[in-house]
Design a protein around this ligand. Structure first.
Ligand code: IPE
Ligand code: IPE
Ligand code: MG
Length: 233
């Protein structure tokens, strides 16, 4: 079966999971898995762009990931800096616009500075919108939105206004959500936004998730019938 270019999902969200297990299988430290995961991400961003996906959102660090060792957490932040250093020029050349979801400004100063540079450099780009969920939790995002609207008359708090108060304001809801590594859960990712997303779960560990795997997931998506609570046309 071939991909239908007319039905490419506008927004693909990914839970990039399985870096630790990938490393363990090879007798390597967990950070080597995160490093390999970063390399996989580089290829997936390029592929998403080539496929004509408009929005790609990746889960890079959750509000719960602080429970991990200080060594792993700081290693992930170091990799983030490395990612921006090695990829920003190419992202910019490819007209990719970077945005970040979550409480990323609470990260240590060095990654925050790097990320600000990535945002600033790409802010006028009109190609693929690449959203990185960083120190992100769906419940935290919903709470922050609720607090920001708490002074408003209740009847004025509509779904549209609530959506506009989330970190994903202006971004269409994900059409397709992919989670790698065989885990069948959301882990606090895009809870509001995934109300009608199609889910594709794969056993492939994130560092092994290739551009062909992304195509395969989109193919699976294209075989789904989306009803949004209505009836088959
Ligand atoms: C996902 O890989 C990356 C992050 C959560 C930062 P994991 O580190 O969760 O890998 P596993 O689940 O332990 O294999
Ligand atoms: C979700 O993966 C978070 C990211 C991929 C950044 P986790 O590995 O943290 O999720 P759980 O703990 O298995 O639910
Ligand atoms: Mg995991």
């Amino acid at each position: 079966m071939q991909l239908d270019p007319e039905r490419i999902p506008a927004h693909v969200a990914i839970v990039m999971d399985g870096n630790g297990r990938w490393a363990k299988q090879r007798g390597l430290p967990r950070l080597a898995g995160h490093r390999a995961g970063m390399d996989a991400l580089k290829e997936i961003v390029k592929k998403a762009d080539q496929m004509g996906i408009r929005h790609l959102t990746v889960y890079a660090f959750s509000t719960e990931n602080w429970k991990r060792s200080a060594e792993e957490v700081s290693g992930i932040f170091r990799l983030l800096i490395l990612y921006v250093d090695s990829e920003l020029a190419e992202l910019h050349r490819n007209n990719v616009r970077v945005s970040i979801l979550g409480r990323w400004r609470e990260l240590p100063a060095a990654p925050v500075k790097k990320l600000e540079k990535a945002l600033e450099t790409t802010k006028n780009n009109s190609g693929l919108q690449f959203h990185i969920a960083l120190n992100y939790g769906g419940r935290d995002e919903i709470l922050r939105a609720a607090r920001s609207l708490s002074g408003q008359p209740p009847e004025e708090i509509t779904e549209e206004r609530f959506s506009a108060a989330l970190d994903t304001a202006g971004i269409p809801d994900p059409d397709l959500l992919i989670r790698t590594s065989g885990e069948l859960r959301l882990s606090n990712y895009l809870l509001w936004q995934c109300a009608y997303s199609e889910f594709v779960f794969t056993d492939t560990l994130w560092p092994d998730f290739s551009p062909a795997c992304l195509e395969q997931a989109v193919l699976e998506y294209q075989g789904r019938e989306r009803r949004f609570g209505g009836r088959k046309q």
